[in-house]
Design a protein around this ligand. Sequence first.
Ligand code: APR
Length: 320
Amino acid sequence: MARKKIALIGAGMIGGTLAHLAAIKELGDIVLVDVAEGIPQGKALDLAQAGPVEGYDARLTGSQDYADLAGADVCIVTAGVARKPGMSRDDLLGINLKVMKAVGEGIKAHAPDSFVICVTNPLDAMVWALREFSGLPHNKVVGMAGVLDSARFRHFLAEEFNVSVEDVTAFVLGGHGDTMVPVPAYSTVGGIPIPDLIKMGWSTQEKIDAIVQRTRSGGGEIVGLLKTGSAFYAPATSAIMMAESYLKDKKRLLPAAANLTGQYGVDNLYVGVPVIIGAEGVERIVEIDLDDSAKANFQVSVDAVRELLDACKSIDPSLS
Ligand code: APR
């Protein structure tokens, strides 16, 4: 059986970290594709030279040519620009939309059978645009946000409860932005839901509300600290988890930006919901019961994503 091929489009901070993780996990051979001259080749060579020490077998190459996507089983897209302090994810829209067009057309021409994971921000709009430009089936194009947002929520909850992150599960729905919807009722420590833990005196509603707020602005907190760019370790590991679920047909239930076709009362829009990822891509969209407040917050998130799609359509009328 031939080795799997992972194409990383964008060889910047997240792209390089993705390559390192994919190599360490031996998910397959890796090609880094980037418009920047020398960067993908340099990172590929550096990572290949780490192989003998770390003990991984993976062929790593770099390229400026989308033709090198050929044969990719998975494409992970981080091409575009990242946030600087003072910028919202939405400020990236105009520049990154053009990048999605180039990348989408590249995937359509060279890797039309791959499973595509978009990471570029503003996520929910960019994954939608990438799907439109690539023409791939909706179940083969997904956006990475929920795994990252829920990882941030899990980290903060584990700190609050002073328990291992391994025992904390968390649920985050909606768009990847300030309107995302962390859902405490579906978040647990060892299976005990957060509202029960509050009743048990482990925390207070006020503290959980503050954690929800910190999760919502979790990306911005890191941009403010780094000053030169945005988070890359946690976004990369989150995208790799999704790639692994597809490549190994693990059928993991993960929150991701998927195209809704009526679920949650939403049609023809990419937004964060629980999905099952297996060999067929997004195999199932899981519709859970939301209480009235989560429903209202989800709607705000959906409206914010719709506004971004309208902005995309006015920048590029071919998307209308
Ligand atoms: N094709 C391929 N690569 C491109 C293209 C293109 N058309 N346009 C830009 N790039 C490359 C840049 O040359 C750069 O190397 O994308 C890379 C982006 O890397 P970084 O600037 O380091 O950004 P990173 O931190 O990796 O984030 C990438 O993911 O989370 C989002 O908001 C983040 O949109 C940003 C993206």
